[in-house]
Write a protein that binds this ligand. Structure first.
Ligand SMILES: [Fe+2]
Length: 283
């Protein structure tokens, strides 16, 4: 795997956030630098490739290292989004007769042709990888997720799909997942939902790759039923009831129609939870 140059990442930050005051940039870079300094070995090997490896290999030492670098929630979140996204895609593929939207059926076949479930699994696993480089004090502050916030912290958070895609694009064998990561926070009709604006805001509707649309929905699901900085936890039952209304404009309505059916099937064993590390999927 290629070693990602963190210097390049820092330079990118300077370019991307050139409107931010110098002192504020310094705070942000100091935060990055803390991570870098504390994990020199990881950086040397490429922090990103190491994280990918640990998520695939269930290596206790690697997991311990990752949890020291970032809060546990990011690891669990990525794993849950990965598992449900892959399984939801398989459900869609197997239950196409229940889908009324012919465009969606066509997109399912297309995605199947470029790796199908494996592509969805891997893209979903990587979707928030850039958050590894965002200091916890930014990620865990609820205020940074508020629409009314205009702080540079919010800008940094909203940069994570594009910046994550850039990083993935640098890693051999993972490049093909970059575009799916890039578009996992787009809005289906480009309208802000629940006071939130889509980002990067380049694509709408079917132009958003199906893989990204699936990740977007599952990400929303996992976030809403978990304790996250930006929303209070709800039950799965409540999520299903509110899904259609709450997701309007943001998520693909044809996927939204199928998701409760998927959850119903998935929960036949009595739980919506995916056991962490139960299955190993290689890239
Ligand atoms: Fe994200």
């Amino acid at each position: 795997m290629a070693v990602v140059s963190l210097n390049n990442v820092l330079e990118d930050h300077l370019k991307i956030y050139n409107n931010i005051g110098l002192n504020e940039i310094k705070f942000f870079i100091d935060g990055l630098q803390d991570i870098i300094d504390s994990q020199e070995k990881m950086v040397h090997e490429g922090i990103f490739s190491l994280i990918i490896k640990l998520m695939q290999q269930k290596d206790e030492l690697l997991i311990k290292q990752a949890k020291e670098v970032k809060f546990e929630g990011l690891y669990d979140h990525s794993w849950n989004v990965k598992e449900h996204s892959g399984r939801f895609f398989r459900f869609l593929y197997k239950n196409q007769r229940q889908i009324e939207d012919d465009d969606l059926k066509e997109d399912i076949k297309k995605l199947y042709g470029i790796g199908g479930k494996a592509t969805v699994y891997n893209s979903a696993l990587l979707h928030d990888i850039y958050k590894l480089l965002i200091p916890n004090w930014i990620l865990l502050d609820k205020n940074n997720f508020e629409e009314k916030s205009n702080g540079y912290e919010k800008t940094i958070i909203e940069q994570h799909p594009v910046a994550g895609a850039k990083i993935i694009d640098l890693i051999k064998d993972l490049e093909r997942f970059a575009e799916f990561v890039k578009y996992h926070h787009e809005g289906f009709t480009n309208y802000g939902v629940n006071g939130r604006t889509p980002y990067p805001g380049e694509l709408t509707g079917r132009d958003i790759p199906l893989c990204s649309r699936i990740i977007s929905l599952v990400d929303d699901f996992i976030s809403r039923i978990s304790d996250r900085p930006y929303n209070s936890k709800m039950s799965v039952e409540e999520y299903i009831i509110r899904l259609e209304e709450d997701s309007r404009g943001k998520l693909d309505p044809s996927l939204v129609k199928m998701f409760p059916k998927y959850l119903e099937k998935f929960s036949k064993n009595g739980s919506y939870e995916v056991p962490l590390n139960k299955t190993i999927h290689t890239v």
